[in-house]
Ligand binder design. Structure first.
Ligand SMILES: [Mn+2]
Length: 308
């Protein structure tokens, strides 16, 4: 049995692509099961409820030497704890590659807007049948990761695949559906501060000893995050120290306005961000316009800086 896993701090794309890939492999008579590495966010929960889908089981450790398939990630820092005891047999992803394997494995990486786009392509290419439910999940993953085509990570293929998938899923108004998803994601109730920071959080190893944590909150209600600024900054400091990070950032992304508001742990992190993004400190908030994508607009700038 192969374990299909997405990344930690799971989002809609990682969960839906893993779950639908389980079905794809089943159709090929390959025994595999999708698991979630942590709690689903409210957007994903909304999607599962709307389409009447059972949530994948959570898992925190996988038995030694098991075969695993990585969906929507390829970096150890974003995967299951005991990844070094496991046998990675396949990777499907749309992120930059940071990878070393000890044997040849199957790898399918494409610069598309979502991992769900890659899974959808596999179905269409092979002629395998997609159920309306699975088509809906793939659509949700594409819409979530591309912010319904607002993100610069969006490609023409994502748009074409969305159209093809919706012939099966038959969602009447996709823009309305996407707003429902974003509002569900933004509705965080009285979420704990650390949970908020880690909702969509990744640690990147930019260079030797240069680990950075970057959390993103994509929202239609930026005030929810901004008014908790002080406690967020305090928690960022704690995480930075506890996890021995070089820096840590929390970006509140206004999906509809396409703006980013960044909070940082301390002066050192703030200085670096101001330098890299040519912005200024406004009462502890670093504003950047037209920046919505960690992958395409944030990460490359850090990476370039550290590669120099
Ligand atoms: Mn993704």
């Amino acid at each position: 049995m192969k374990y299909i896993i997405g990344h930690i701090s799971p989002d809609t794309d990682t969960i839906c692509s893993a779950l639908v890939y389980e079905d794809y492999l089943k159709q090929k008579n390959i025994e595999a099961k999708a698991y979630a590495l942590g709690h689903l966010n409210n957007e994903t929960k909304f999607v599962f409820k709307k389409f009447n889908v059972k949530e994948p089981e959570h898992i925190h450790e996988i038995p030694k030497n098991s075969e695993i398939i990585l969906l929507d990630h390829n970096e150890e820092t974003q995967s299951i704890n005991n990844i070094n005891d496991l046998d990675i047999v396949e990777i499907i992803d749309h992120h930059k590659v940071k990878l070393e394997t000890d044997k040849p494995i199957r790898i399918h990486i494409e610069p598309l807007g979502s991992s769900c786009s890659i899974i959808a392509k596999k179905y269409f290419k092979s002629g395998r049948e997609i159920s309306p439910q699975n088509a809906s999940l793939l659509l949700a993953g594409i819409i979530s990761d591309t912010l319904h085509f607002r993100s610069p990570t969006t490609t023409d293929q994502d748009k074409e695949l969305t159209e093809k998938l919706n012939k099966i899923a038959q969602i009447e108004d996709l823009e309305k559906f996407s707003l429902e998803m974003f509002n569900a994601k933004s509705d965080l109730g009285n979420i704990d501060t650390e949970e908020l920071i880690k909702l969509d959080y990744k640690v990147f190893d930019f260079a030797e000893g240069q680990k950075f944590g970057i959390g993103v909150m994509e929202t239609t209600d930026k005030e929810f995050g901004l008014k908790r600024k002080d406690e967020i900054v305090k928690k960022l400091k704690e995480i930075k120290e506890k996890d021995n990070l070089q820096g840590i950032y929390f970006m509140i992304i206004d999906i509809l306005e396409e703006e980013g508001y960044t909070l940082c742990a301390d002066e050192e992190d703030s200085k670096l961000f101001i330098k890299l993004f040519n912005t200024e400190d406004q009462n502890g908030v670093l504003f950047v316009d037209n920046v919505v994508s960690r992958k395409k607009q944030i990460m490359p700038i850090f990476q370039q800086y550290f590669n120099k």
